[in-house]
Design a protein around this ligand. Structure first.
Ligand code: 26V
Length: 812
């Protein structure tokens, strides 16, 4: 049944009037957006209900993706698109004298995550629904998302992100499905009148978990899955115990704010509360759901898969044990078999400082029963491992070590599958970070290279490119991404290349206009748009990028009339509020931008744009306009990266170290179609092992580099306090932890090649086309299909869903 423009206009007017009781002509942009969103939500509600009912009726296996973070982005456009309504709505609104794009800007972008990990979870939600796989998200409805970033005088300032200030029309509060989560108190085991051991509690803090459900709409397949986010409230029958507003704080604070400290673990009690709150509510609601099937509990793993997204939700394992033991009265062996078969775990980082370790005392106080169970899991693990593998391996892999609970060890021991997120990353897990576990359980380890949804990141964010591909190869690639490779046959077609170049230029012009609007900087759309967008972290080496720009600036100053290829360096990055060094890098880049952008000697040869408040919506504006994708982490450090995939799919050429999924990009695209530089992962390992790295030596012997580094501290960049010194210090005096100086020359050389190639526009565009045509393997649809087949054993249950053929190895 297709909706006509006329019907839409009629229904939309009714929708608006029913919500606001006056005519749409008088509506504010925000009201019009709300009404339109509600219209789309009503439209999909039938499918939402039927999908749920179908899953239960057919008693299919369901996946529950547990994640502390989701970054769905704005949902109006993508929902309308997936439902097949977008064109009709655009047209209808236009007839009414309204603009879809303007209404869309009224939608809040829910920043319920830090970066790649949260965005991956949302790409996965999109692919699960589009493949028709029964998959649900489980997370937290933070009242405040990741802080809103502002620059004041070039310094990062964090403001609260009150994304719920305006109503969130996509969510549905589900009062019928609340759960109770208990914290603290005393616990003991007692035999009940049936002879079962029962856990008894006293003096616990009881928190009501209220679910808010959001539809996850599949691409034109009538499937609507569910994202369930939990909010903490005071239990209704305990309200009278809370006499003052202050007394309610310990409960309300649980879901108040997202932890912004990506990649740096701090053993904070509130974070542990959040983790257990989300996990306990999620597991309770799953087991309640399972009871509908009327099956023996040993069949749980046939009907339920729980995925643990990084260790943050790893308490799923003891929580499931608790319920099966204490409430369902299974034996330990029965409960363990079920739990182990149900759970699987993905690791997303090898950074030691990001690996979660909770102090035992904290865990014992906050979650006494959970701690008892973890102790028993650990005891049994040690008991079985010791006789076979001996002391060393046993103690190195134990869950309880030196007064802490090692969450990665808990996750590995309690899961039947452990995966990394790119080939190299999984190898590093097996050979280094989780080496001993790989010896214990080789069969559990597997790789699942990350992916992205082309629907949001190409079809919607880059309509020009999408139309061109449609025109050249037909529309099948949209449901069967492997078809994209057909686009490659146009690599020598002059007209196609010209069209592709025109589209890129249009996208750049649009971004240039936006840059002028928000930053007041005029940039030349014909310049190379060079993009690094990701969280700010020393290992990602935004400061290597900075050094190259500074080097370029000094060259221009010395020789202003030489022939330079104009370049615009574009950054988007938030620094964790407590990460001083990262904030210093932001400040230096901003101050350099201020200098360079206003220097008449420089003009269009060099511009620097550091966007404030990088997030999903901004990424959608930047990525289609990018020429160069900066993926310059120190090899071995970046687990995968996903902006690398989005940028390549939009025709940017990748400038990269052989790290994370850059390696797969090289496999698919061919190294002649990208710019590779720097140490390899093996070389990094060797250099670390040798222990003789001498950053100061490099500084002293490399004239070009020395001049550049000196410019950080000699007053070249006005407006700095000690930020230039801080960077200089870390690189020269503290021996450069991430080998920035070591990779400097090879980076500069790669940058020179970028300029060189850009002079040959046709050749550049040809390579760009090859990148686009080779991006299919990074479709999250493939990634999710592999998770579903190999790990979750979950089946597609909609015939109209996206077709996925297996796809291994480089496509020719
Ligand atoms: C860690 C922590 C530590 C405790 C406080 C809060 C917090 C929040 C997030 C994290 C996550 C660090 C792991 C992470 O984000 N990894 C990224 O995952 C991406 C998706 O797999 C991958 O592309 C990136 O390379 C990887 O850095």
């Amino acid at each position: 049944m297709t909706l006509t423009v006329k019907e839409f206009i009629k229904d939309f007017k009714v929708q608006f009037q029913s919500m606001y009781a006056y005519s749409y002509e008088e509506g504010s942009t925000e009201q019009l957006y709300n009404a339109l969103g509600m219209y789309v939500k009503n439209y999909l509600s039938g499918n939402w209900k039927e999908t749920r009912e179908k899953y239960v009726k057919n008693s299919v296996k369901q996946v529950f993706y547990f994640s502390m973070e989701f970054l769905p982005g704005r949902q109006l456009e993508s929902n309308a698109y997936n439902l097949g309504l977008l064109d009709t709505i655009r047209e209808g609104l236009q007839e009414m004298g309204l603009s879809f794009d303007e209404l869309e800007e009224a939608e809040a972008d829910p920043a319920l995550g830090n970066g790649g990990l949260g965005r991956l979870a949302s790409c996965f939600m999109d692919s699960l629904a589009s493949l028709g796989i029964p998959g649900n998200g489980n997370g937290i409805r933070y009242q405040y998302g990741l802080f809103r970033q502002k620059f004041v005088d070039g310094y990062q300032v964090e403001l609260p992100e009150n994304w719920l200030r305006h109503r969130n029309i996509w969510e549905t509060r589900n009062d019928k499905s609340t759960c109770m989560v208990r914290f603290g108190g005393n616990v003991w085991l007692e035999e009940n009148h049936l002879g079962f051991m029962e856990a008894k509690y006293e003096n616990t803090l009881n928190v009501l978990a209220v679910p808010y459900d959001t539809p996850m709409v599949g691409y034109r397949n009538d499937i609507v899955n569910n994202l369930r986010l939990w909010s903490a409230e005071i239990p209704i029958d305990e309200e009278e115990n809370y006499h003052t507003l202050e007394a309610t704080e310990p409960i309300k604070e649980i879901t108040q704010v997202l932890y912004p400290d990506d990649s740096n673990y701090e053993g904070r009690l509130l974070r542990l509360k959040q983790e257990y709150f989300m996990v306990s509510a999620g597991v309770q609601s799953i087991l309640r759901h399972f009871r509908k099937y009327n099956l023996p509990r040993k069949n749980i793993p046939d009907k339920v898969a729980i995925h643990i997204n990084d260790t943050h939700p790893a308490l799923v394992i003891p929580e499931m044990m608790r319920i099966l033991l204490d409430e369902e009265h299974l034996t330990w062996e029965q409960a363990w078999e079920i739990t182990f078969k149900t759970c699987s775990y993905t690791n997303h980082t090898i950074l030691r400082e990001a690996l979660e370790k909770w102090p035992i005392d904290m865990m014992k106080d906050l979650l006494p029963r959970i701690y008892m169970i973890i102790e028993e899991i650990n005891r049994r693990f040690v008991e079985t491992t010791m006789p076979i593998y001996g002391e060393r391996i046993t103690w190195q892999t134990a869950i309880l070590q030196n007064g802490v609970v090692n969450m990665a060890h808990l996750a590995v021991i309690g899961s039947h599958s452990v995966n990394g997120v790119a080939k190299l990353h999984t190898e590093i897990l097996m050979n280094d970070v989780l080496k001993d576990f790989f010896e214990l359980y080789p069969e559990r380890f597997n790789n699942k290279t990350n992916g992205i949804t082309q629907r949001r990141w190409v079809h919607l964010s880059n309509p020009g490119l999408t139309q061109l591909i449609d025109k050249k190869i037909g529309e099948e690639w949209k449901t069967n991404p492997s078809e994209l490779k057909v686009f490659k046959s146009f690599e020598k077609d002059k007209k196609t290349l010209q069209k592709l170049a025109d589209i890129k230029l249009e996208n750049k012009q649009r971004l240039a206009d936006y840059i002028e609007e928000v930053k007041g900087v005029k940039v030349d759309p014909k310049a190379i748009f060079d993009v690094q967008i990701k969280r700010l972290h020393a290992y990602k080496r935004q400061h290597l990028n900075l050094l190259h720009i500074l080097h370029r600036y000094l060259e221009i100053k010395e020789n202003p009339t030489a022939d330079y290829v104009p370049r615009v360096f574009i950054f988007g990055a938030k620094a964790a509020p407590s990460y001083i060094y990262a904030k210093q890098i932001i400040k230096v880049i901003n101050s350099l931008a201020n200098l360079v952008n206003n220097d008449p000697d420089v003009g269009d040869k060099l511009k620097i744009v550091f966007f404030e408040n990088y997030g999903v919506s901004l990424a959608e504006k930047i990525i289609p306009a990018a020429d160069v994708s900066e993926q310059i982490s120190l090899a071995s450090m970046e687990a995968s990266g996903t902006s690398n995939m989005k940028l390549m799919a939009n025709g940017a050429l990748t400038l990269a170290t052989l790290d994370g999924a850059n390696i797969e990009i090289k496999d698919f695209v061919g190294q002649e179609n990208m710019f590779i530089f720097g140490l390899s992962s093996n070389e990094v390992y060797d250099l670390k092992a040798a222990g003789d790295y001498n950053a100061r030596g490099i500084y002293e012997s490399n004239e070009k580099l020395r001049r550049t580094l000196d410019a950080l501290t000699d007053g070249t960049i006005p407006g700095l306090q000690d930020e230039g010194y801080a960077i200089f210090d870390s690189l020269v005096n503290y021996n450069d932890e991430y080998f920035v100086l070591k990779d400097f020359d090879s980076y500069i050389e790669a940058q020179r090649k970028v300029d060189e190639l850009y002079k040959d526009q046709k050749e550049w565009t040809r390579k760009s086309l090859i990148n686009i045509a080779s991006s299919a393997p990074f479709s999250a649809d493939y990634t999710i299909k592999r998770y579903a087949d190999d790990i979750w054993k979950a089946k597609q249950c909609s015939e109209q869903s996206t077709g996925v053929e297996p796809l291994d190895g480089p496509i020719a």
